[in-house]
Design a binder for this molecule. Structure first.
Ligand SMILES: NC(=O)c1ccc[n+]([C@@H]2O[C@H](COP(=O)([O-])OP(=O)(O)OC[C@H]3O[C@@H](n4cnc5c(N)ncnc54)[C@H](O)[C@@H]3O)[C@@H](O)[C@H]2O)c1
Length: 328
């Protein structure tokens, strides 16, 4: 690399990633632990050769124009890239990359954490004890639901859906799944059976969402879908908030149409619908599915390597708009 590219990082990332970046580039990192305001982002990207953005940064044409025509890459620190206007980036010749694979297991593990925490009322039980209410073993105390031997419904059989479903073997579960097409690799890895969405919702004891946020997956779960689910079923969402119609979910929980929900993501983050907050039969987490020390470090390293590759004349590792590379 002959030049030292000028790179802006919109929020502090694990040290190993910043150190690697700083060894080869001139780097400025947002020093404050908060999402930049729109006006700040517009100002900060100006004149940069590359930007590391987060899922909380909206990267649209205006931001790309503000960055300037010299800007070669926005490396998004997430596998999802619904925060980026991909067609605008492609039109302007800006490479967009994401961080797949390295966060697959951490995200699937958190979906399992939510599944068990919801089914066994872990958060409620722990609070009960800490509140000093535990007076001794009780035959009817905090009864939850069995997991072993139940039916798991997966919507979205990609990387995370596959990892999540593979881990169900240990609990002797039947796996049914839905995707835009049957997925033989998923079936081989998990023993899952391709099922249309309606039947999946009727059969599954646990429905776990692993789709990207797209116009076609917006409100994939709404009133009709909840009405099809078993009254004893639990919804797990570690995908993106707007995949679930949050108002409809709160209604379904309150009316006893479904038993519970474990959610890592919300429609209008960081806001959580007050109706959902009122539901005891939910476990609500602040978007931490990939939040392990190892995973977040590896996400940072991939984002940085994508940038270093671009300025060394090599292809990026995880480009999501490869048409840009073909056009060069
Ligand atoms: N909560 C978190 O912190 C967190 C962490 C990682 C990923 N995610 C989310 O998880 C999503 C999935 O990640 P991945 O790596 O498994 O992606 P992936 O691309 O490997 O898998 C997505 C799957 O969804 C399927 N799909 C698309 N539209 C569908 C539809 N309408 N109905 C059914 N299936 C459909 C795709 O065909 C694909 O098989 C990401 O896009 C991201 O938004 C969230």
């Amino acid at each position: 690399m002959n030049i030292r590219p000028n790179v802006y990082v919109t929020r502090m990332l694990p040290e190993a990633a910043i150190d690697l970046l700083a060894a080869h580039c001139d780097v400025e990192v947002n020093p404050e632990d908060r999402v930049l305001e729109r006006v700040e982002l517009l100002e900060k990207v100006k004149g940069r050769d590359a930007v590391i953005s987060l899922l909380t940064d909206t990267i649209d044409d205006e931001i790309l124009v503000a960055a300037g025509p010299q800007c070669k890459i926005f490396a998004n620190y997430a596998v999802g890239f619904n925060n980026i206007d991909l067609s605008a980036a492609t039109k302007r010749g800006v490479v967009i990359t994401n961080t797949p694979d390295v966060l697959t297991d951490a995200t699937a593990d958190l979906a399992w954490t939510l599944l068990f925490a919801t089914a066994r009322r872990v958060v409620e039980a722990e609070k009960f004890l800490r509140d000093g209410k535990y007076q001794g073993w009780g035959p009817m105390l905090l009864l939850g639901l069995d997991v072993t031997g139940k039916t798991l419904g997966i919507i979205g059989s990609g990387r995370i859906g596959s990892s999540f479903a593979s881990k169900a073997k240990g609990f002797n579960m039947k796996v049914v799944y839905n995707d835009i097409a049957a997925n033989p690799e998923f079936e081989a890895a998990t023993g899952g059976v391709f099922t249309d969405k309606e039947r999946l919702l009727q059969q599954a004891d646990f429905v776990s969402l692993h789709v990207p946020l797209l116009p076609s997956t917006h409100h994939l779960m709404s009133d009709k879908e909840f009405s099809l689910m078993k009254k004893t079923a639990i919804l797990i969402n570690t995908s993106r908030g707007p995949v679930v119609d949050e108002k409809a979910l709160a209604r379904a929980l309150k009316n006893g149409e479904i038993w519970g929900a474990g959610l890592d993501v919300f429609e209008n983050e960081p806001a959580v619908d007050p109706d959902l907050l009122e539901c005891a039969n939910t476990v609500l987490l602040p978007h931490v599915a990939s939040a392990t020390i190892e995973t977040r470090t590896n996400m940072g390293l991939i984002a940085v390597r994508n940038i270093l590759n671009i300025f060394s004349g090599k292809p990026p590792i995880t480009c999501v708009n490869p048409a840009v590379l073909q056009a060069e």
